[in-house]
Design a protein around this ligand. Sequence first.
Ligand SMILES: Cc1ncc(COP(=O)(O)O)c(C=O)c1O
Length: 388
Amino acid sequence: MRHHIMPTYASMPVRFTKGEGAWLWDEKGNKYLDALSGIAVCGLGHAHPEIAHAISEQANTLIHTSNLYYIDKQEKLADKLCELTGMNDVFFGNSGAEANEAAIKIARRFAYKKNIDQPIIVTMNKSFHGRTLATLTATGNSAVKEGFSPLPEGFRHIPYNDINTLDILSKQLPHIVAVLVEPIQGESGIHIPASDYLNKLSALCEKNDWLLMLDEIQTGVGRTGHFLASQQNGIKADVITMAKALGNGVPIGACLSSNKASGLLTAGSHGSTFGGNPLACAAALKVLEIVERDQLAKRAWALGNHMGKVFKTKLEHCDHVVEIRQKGLMIGIELSSPCPELVTKALEKKLLINVAGGNTVRLLPPLTLSDDEAMTITDLVSELILAH
Ligand SMILES: Cc1ncc(COP(=O)(O)O)c(C=O)c1O
């Protein structure tokens, strides 16, 4: 059946046919609890009636016109995103990688304006920024680059959560123009930096006239307890990228700019046929309305803290648990050895989880999770880990 699918994913042998809230059903009618939300995408759960209504209403009215014309819902969405983030303007694409591509192009334009012709964008080891050539080059994981040379120039990787190395680098490399960083590293296993890391990074960027570019693609839209994870630090970035949960499953990516990054992408310098079309923007507008109205960031904060505490109690005496890392509903439980088989074992128990970075159980449940559903997840995941 999958003969004509390029084998780029190690997919599980299960096909889901419908969803509701935090639940999915496979083609045989088995019901699964989803603690992953399509990798931090369906933050409002599956088949949310208001999202479904907004999409169908828009589909019945107007799906696409192209950016050759003004798009009302795109303007409204940009206004709302800027209101929620304090940023100035937005470019819409269709994915996280595209949002980061726009960010990288902004950094290159920033350099161009400063007459720097060999600019460097600093990114972090163990980061993840996407699968296009520029974003996989930015990504701090050699596995995603294998066999794709020649890669674009102008990226330099340093350890995450390490201000000293960057400070030293700033004195050695005069052509740094930007730092691209995740407020919490998701794909490599939920790595949460020191609470003042982003503040120090922001100050260093300011001092050196670099762009601070935050990849909030996995952390954004309320998941960590704030609309953006970086809002907890009270800092203002020059560029912020978002995608994933912004459309609750309808593909949309956004690159927001502010301060000295604003206005660098001019007419003809960037674009996307689908980017910011009426359908995607209608979905995202509804997502933002619900996240705000139902105070889902607050909910993620409280429920995540509770789940974190329950995990700590249940796994307190488990020797092979190295660390439990949690911010809102981004939860990582690092084990002392690789544990990819836990994903299959969880699936047998009708639970969807993920293992990131080889040995960290990663949970990214919908923000709309009920208390009972949250406790079912903590019970099942703890059982799996204790039996590992
Ligand atoms: C932090 C981060 N940046 C970028 C991406 C790439 O997003 P997309 O797969 O939508 O291109 C991801 C996806 O996992 C991500 O977690």
